[in-house]
Write a protein that binds this ligand. Sequence first.
Ligand SMILES: Nc1ncnc2c1ncn2[C@@H]1O[C@H](COP(=O)(O)OP(=O)(O)OP(=O)(O)O)[C@@H](O)[C@H]1O
Ligand SMILES: [Mg+2]
Length: 221
Amino acid sequence: MLETRDLHKSYESGEARVDALRGITLKILPGEIVAVTGPSGCGKSTLLHILGALDTPTSGQAYLEGHPLHSLNDDKLTALRRLKIGFVFQFFHLLPTLTVEENVLLPLLLSGRVNASARHRANDLLKSVQLADRSHHRPHQLSGGQLQRAALARALIHQPSILLADEPTGNLDSASSTMVIDLITQLARKEKTTVVLVTHSEEIARTADRRVALVDGRIHS
Ligand SMILES: Nc1ncnc2c1ncn2[C@@H]1O[C@H](COP(=O)(O)OP(=O)(O)OP(=O)(O)O)[C@@H](O)[C@H]1O
Ligand SMILES: [Mg+2]
């Protein structure tokens, strides 16, 4: 499903060079829920961005369902992202001028795939995340937990094979965090979505099938 081999990522800015990933080799099975943990700056987001085809490695290989992310051009990466990957971020990134329902449909709007069945799925997802009665509201009318649940529905609208979540509960209180994590787990199990979830919370990491702990750009073994 997802595999990396000796993945390296370095950032250069002027004289300074930061080695964010220093040889990550891992395999994630279809349907697995994996928690990525580690101290600030250890490379968690960098890894997630490469797995999500948002960034490319400096060296090494990364495969998504056999597609070589390290050697595809930007157009191919974008196409793969729109088809196969869903993202949830710490700051929800909903568009303020769109309703909740329109935000959920956005990934499909971008690729011209909004039809009656997509609208039906959007409404089903909004029900699943307990926001059916908020579908015509705008983001500023929602609480943090509700915004993240809307973002989760949006991330799943196109039935991605992989859901990548970067500290999805980083801005939520503990009740909302629990709810968002429970929903991620439930929906991923139901739809057989593979999940890679970055978290600072021990409690959340324990709910995953497996944990990958990073230290200084490497997997801590
Ligand atoms: N665009 C960039 N340019 C230069 N350095 C970067 C860039 N992005 C990340 N880095 C550096 O790479 C290292 C890893 O960053 P990354 O964001 O992956 O860490 P993280 O584990 O997600 O941390 P946090 O828990 O604080 O979110 C850090 O030292 C960071 O400063
Ligand atoms: Mg990060």
